[in-house]
Design a protein around this ligand. Structure first.
Ligand code: ADE
Ligand code: ZN
Length: 337
């Protein structure tokens, strides 16, 4: 592939109207920022700056999030990160994004969720005023939290009714936490009752059983990852029949070792089986992924035509928790692409 073809392809994909529905604020630190803030706080980094983002797998990666997020101890730093995230979305031509934020990683803010959300909201509002991408927040539980903690978070979110928050989420490591669907069922039931949308990490560090639980016990509107559903044909049929969308992150799955190569990644088989799929970056800065790059990777690996590309972008918009006006605007623009 020539450099000029790549540049033209990137520019076309940047212009593709689309949403991103699976990325984490925790994954939006660049190495320079981490190094600068660590020096200012006197915090030692676990390895040299050039190797900082070399992860041995999901557990190592999640541990690193605690270190990075722990450095964002002031409202100014949180706002700066949030603004930077919106800039990154705009650079990729993303019209709207649902962004996951997991309060457990942000040590300086424990017990101060309202102030933390206000600081993030401040950065996002400044970004919107500058014409950058609109963002809704999905506040996330960690798989290792308790049932009581999960209910406490949902009731707190309900009491706050923060206008930036659109959903309850759960992420973290199901391989170490074990089966936790039953533990979080009550929190997700209440979230639904309180008008929050529900999105669930499953089928990345869990197998198909985690995806079944996400649907049957947690009432997921959307699954984050969900790729290991491919191991259970009955589950694939159910996801297709019920049109439950998967927010898939190919590069993340490769970097964190879920699949050894894009050729072995099940995204295309899921799509061809009728499952609604979108492509996403998960933790763009830490995993060196861009949304334009994810679309380009799939078009190259799976031979996606413009028609398929448009259908996947449509799923990203349909599956997002954006308000009806934003969805309509993006869908209209997509028809003209
Ligand atoms: N938090 C941030 N990225 C994650 C991932 N890929 N899986 C689970 N939890 C996460
Ligand atoms: Zn994720």
């Amino acid at each position: 592939m020539t450099a000029s073809f790549q540049a033209t392809e990137a520019s076309r994909l940047r212009s593709l109207p689309k949403a991103e529905v699976h990325l984490h604020l925790e994954g939006c630190f660049d190495a320079d920022t981490i190094a600068r803030w660590a020096r200012a706080e006197g915090v030692a980094l676990p390895r040299a700056q050039e190797d900082l983002f070399k992860f041995s797998g999901l557990a190592d990666f999640l541990g690193f999030l605690d270190l990075a997020c722990g450095l964002a101890a002031t409202p100014e730093r949180l706002a700066q990160l949030s603004y930077g995230l919106a800039q990154r979305l705009t650079d990729n031509g993303t019209g709207y994004a649902d962004v996951i934020v997991n309060p457990t990683h942000w040590h300086a803010w424990h017990g101060r969720l309202s102030a933390m959300l206000d600081a993030i909201d401040g950065g996002l509002r400044a970004a919107e005023q500058d014409g950058l991408t609109r963002v809704g927040l999905c506040v996330s539980l960690l798989r290792t939290q308790t049932a009581d903690e999960s209910i406490e978070l949902v009731e707190l979110l309900h009491a706050m009714r923060h206008p930036r928050v659109v959903a309850l989420s759960v992420d973290g490591n199901e391989a170490t936490a074990g089966r936790t669907g039953p533990r979080f069922a009550e929190a997700f039931r209440r979230a639904g009752q309180h008008g929050l949308r529900r999105t669930v990490h499953a089928g990345e560090s869990s197998g198909p059983e985690g995806v079944w639980d996400a649907v049957n016990l947690l009432g997921a509107d959307r699954i984050d990852h969900g790729v290991r559903a491919i191991e259970d044909p009955a589950l694939v049929r159910m996801l297709a029949e019920r049109q439950i969308p998967l927010g898939i992150c190919p590069t993340s799955n490769l970097v964190l070792g879920v699949y050894p190569s894009i050729e072995q990644h099940p995204l295309e088989r899921l799509r061809q089986a009728g499952v609604r799929v979108s492509v996403n970056t998960d933790d763009p800065a830490l995993l060196d992924a861009s949304l334009v790059g994810e679309y380009a990777l799939c078009r190259q690996a799976f031979g996606w035509t413009d028609e398929v590309t448009r259908a996947v972008a449509q799923t990203s918009i349909d599956a997002s928790f954006a308000c009806a006006d934003v969805k309509r605007e993006l869908l209209d623009a997509l028809q003209r692409w």
